[in-house]
Design a protein around this ligand. Structure first.
Ligand SMILES: [Zn+2]
Ligand SMILES: [Zn+2]
Length: 460
């Protein structure tokens, strides 16, 4: 049998001094369940056996002997010493990895990484590495010169081997390729380890029980956050916000660097957020602690913000949830309660009310960008559906109505008509000027299913 593998090994070792791992790695995609180190040792061992059988050690090519006496291969020394008692281990460095892949080195790096992360609370990790391009190029060029087609990359071997050694020391911590809590990046030659703490993403829902509180912290328009007379040197437009109430206790419990609040849309500053609350994701960057007691945190928040904001946490999530909240869910349906004031008394009977309700329920409303937001939004027409319109309470000059509509519908304009920019509108249908004097979000529907359900059941 002509040995493809041994022929390759021999020609490699004639030219280069190679450690066990780097030799094994050139054949890394042959056989699974072996480390490259043991592949390399096996290849060197077979070569030694061939050599002993053939030549009885009268001759042996000096260059090949170099790798067979490499300092990570003591079996070689013992065999060779039987014939050449003066032989010693070869202290030369590996021509490919410069000894950075020797198991003792990987072991040391893993210990350092574990020490560095000692204070950190994490459940999953991933290893990454940076090698100098010259080292990677060298291996590439050797592979093409010798036509080695089963090689693995030095980086993937490094990541796997160091990862295994970290995990051996932290058995309760798992490797996670998709969304690890912590990423160790080894700058191998520079001898640096960077520990990146990925953000902690927490899913929750909030209710806003008082008017006049914005969802997010607003910087003062005059000083942009540095503090001035206008903002009483707080740097803020409003002293309180949902974001601050929610994020401050969590940020301090997680010992994070900063936080971001991602709401699934937002209600107007003067609207309440009631019902089951509005979903949000709270992002804490560089958290030192991840196992937080969310129930405890919610009760701290709810006590601090009593009568103003109420939260409930649903647990830990990932970044994809933010995208979902920002895009898909922002179109999800919302339920509103609006108190409406009329310029003149509206005197219509229950029958006429029913007609009005059925006229608006299921209707597509076309809205040109409202005057009140025109300074910050592009002027365009948007179409959203009203899925339910119900008059709950009526007095001649004041009504309370319940509206379910697609996310993004401007409710205040659905009532006022916005000088004809929204069509149809309640003002238009009743031929009386109407405006919203109080608006509360009662429900943010959780999914598209809810939306579909409403679409096909306009009567509910
Ligand atoms: Zn090597
Ligand atoms: Zn200011």
């Amino acid at each position: 049998m002509e040995s493809y593998v041994l022929k390759q090994v021999l020609s490699l070792l004639e030219k280069y001094h190679i450690c066990n791992s780097c030799l094994g790695r050139q054949f890394g995609n042959l056989l699974s369940g072996l480390t490259n180190e043991s592949r390399g040792m096996a290849l060197k061992t077979v070569l030694l056996m061939e050599w002993e059988n053939k030549s009885r050690l009268t001759s042996f090519e000096e260059p090949v002997l170099s790798s067979l006496l490499s300092k990570d291969y003591e079996i070689g020394l013992k065999s060779v010493q039987r014939y050449f008692p003066e032989s010693t281990l070869n202290e030369a460095k590996c021509d490919i990895c410069n000894d950075y892949l020797l198991p003792v080195k990987l072991e040391k790096l893993a210990i350092r990484a574990v020490d560095t992360a000692e204070e950190l609370d994490f459940g999953t990790f991933l290893v990454g590495c940076i090698f100098p391009p010259s080292m990677l190029d060298k291996e590439d060029s050797i592979r093409s010169t010798f036509n080695l087609e089963y090689g693995e990359s030095i980086k993937s071997e490094f990541n796997r081997e160091v990862g295994k050694r970290i995990q051996a020391r932290l058995p309760e911590i798992l490797v996670d390729f998709k969304a690890p809590d912590v990423v160790f990046t080894f700058e191998v030659v520079e001898d640096r380890i960077e520990v990146k703490k990925n953000p902690l993403m927490i899913l929750g829902r909030y209710k806003k029980l008082t008017r006049g509180i914005p969802q997010s912290k607003w910087h003062c328009r005059v000083c942009r956050g540095t503090g001035c007379e206008r903002c009483n040197f707080t740097g803020k437009m409003y002293q309180e916000s949902v974001e601050e109430f929610v994020s401050e206790p969590v940020l301090s419990a997680a010992e994070g660097a900063s936080s971001k609040f991602h709401g699934s849309g937002r209600e107007d500053i003067d609207a309440l957020m009631l019902g089951t609350g509005r979903p949000f994701v709270l992002e804490i960057s560089e958290p030192r602690k991840r196992s937080l007691d969310f129930q405890e945190l919610a009760s701290i928040i709810n006590k601090n913000a009593e009568g103003k904001v109420e939260v409930e946490f649903e647990g830990i999530t990932d970044r994809s949830k933010v995208r979902e909240l920002k895009t898909r869910s922002s179109r999800n349906s919302k339920g509103y309660r609006a108190t409406i004031e009329f310029d003149q008394p509206v005197d219509i009977n229950n029958e006429r009310i029913q007609v009005l309700e059925s006229e608006l329920t299921g209707k597509i409303i076309n809205q040109r960008t409202p005057i009140r937001v025109a300074h910050r939004r592009a002027d365009k027409i948007r179409s959203r559906k009203v899925q339910k319109f119900e008059v709950e309470k009526k007095e001649p000059k004041e009504w309370v109505v319940y509206i379910i509509c697609e996310g993004g519908l401007y409710v205040k304009e659905l009532i006022s008509g916005d000088e004809g920019r929204t069509h149809p509108s309640l003002s238009e249908l009743l031929q009386v000027n109407a405006r919203v004097i109080a608006l509360d979000v009662m429900e943010v529907f959780k999914s598209h299913n809810d939306l579909e359900y409403l679409d096909t059941n306009p009567s509910i």
